[in-house]
Design a protein around this ligand. Structure first.
Ligand SMILES: Nc1ncnc2c1ncn2[C@@H]1O[C@H](COP(=O)(O)OP(=O)(O)O)[C@@H](O)[C@H]1O
Ligand SMILES: [Mg+2]
Length: 249
């Protein structure tokens, strides 16, 4: 079982950007096999990673449960769905991408969620690293994804509200009994010193992994829908390398 790195935080703080930067770092430094997981229904991770997604996990489960006689004789339905999800994983040169997709309607939620959990456990055994880009909050995690997180990264923007949201999400994870190895705070889009946020960061009780500067090039890439691998900014890369050493060290 690989190291599960989950990225969370308030909307717009840079979760997907940070998740992409982590994927880029692990891939560029060849730290091991890597599965990126897009667990945000409003997914943009594939775009930031420059991948086209075919099927999503929810789509596969949904489709399979509608098909009559689809499951080959002698095979369990869960196993069959697991196989098809495996086939839906997109492959880049140095990493793979699994998109969860958007669950529709409350109808088959319970069934879907139990299947998704099994499938994820199964699929993820084959990788050294899992980088999960989450929707803001923890609620969806209770429903379907990881009950165990090795590194929970809480991304904040350069604001008090961002830090408070990060702290709220971290305590929600505790309440929900999610097994978190270590949590870290990342303050993104900083334009000046951290002094004015210091009290808030201390109050959050979450150790700071580092900061990422506000960077025009990141804005430009997202405006042009260009992948993060095109990023040249030395400032962002240096910041990311420091953060990764802290997180993995
Ligand atoms: N360090 C940064 N400097 C400048 N812009 C950034 C930075 N990090 C993220 N952004 C921009 O902020 C916006 C939201 O980022 P995104 O990663 O999609 O946030 P989230 O996934 O948390 O909603 C995007 O347009 C992104 O390019
Ligand atoms: Mg996002």
């Amino acid at each position: 079982m690989g190291t599960i790195i989950a990225v969370n935080g308030k909307g717009g703080t840079g979760k997907t950007t940070v998740a992409s930067l982590i994927v880029d770092y692990i891939a560029a430094n060849r730290l091991g096999s890597l599965l990126a997981v897009d667990a945000d229904p409003n997914s943009t991770l594939a775009d930031m990673l420059g991948l086209k997604i075919g099927a999503t996990m929810v789509g596969v489960v949904d489709e399979t449960s509608k098909m009559k006689d689809a499951v080959p004789a002698g095979m369990s339905k869960d196993r069959f769905i697991g196989m098809r999800v495996q086939e839906s994983i997109a492959e880049a040169d140095n990493f793979d991408l699994l998109s969860m997709g958007r669950p529709e309607g409350p109808g088959c939620y319970c069934y879907m969620n139990s299947v998704l959990r099994n499938v994820l456990n199964d699929v993820t055994k084959n990788y050294s690293f899992l980088v999960v880009d989450n929707a803001a909050g923890m609620e969806h995690i209770s429903r379907r994804t990881e009950r165990v997180i090795d590194r929970l990264l809480l991304v904040s923007d350069y604001s008090i509200m961002g830090i408070r949201s990060a702290a709220r999400i971290a305590s929600l994870a505790k309440e929900m009994d999610i097994k978190v190895g270590r949590s870290f705070l990342i303050v993104n889009k900083i334009t000046s010193s951290l002094n004015s946020l210091k009290n808030e960061i201390d109050a959050s009780g979450i150790p700071l992994a580092g900061t990422i500067p506000y960077d025009e090039e990141l804005i430009g890439l997202s405006l042009e829908n260009m992948p993060i691998s095109k990023l040249k900014s030395g400032n962002v890369k240096t910041a990311m390398a420091d953060i990764m050493k802290k997180i993995l060290g």
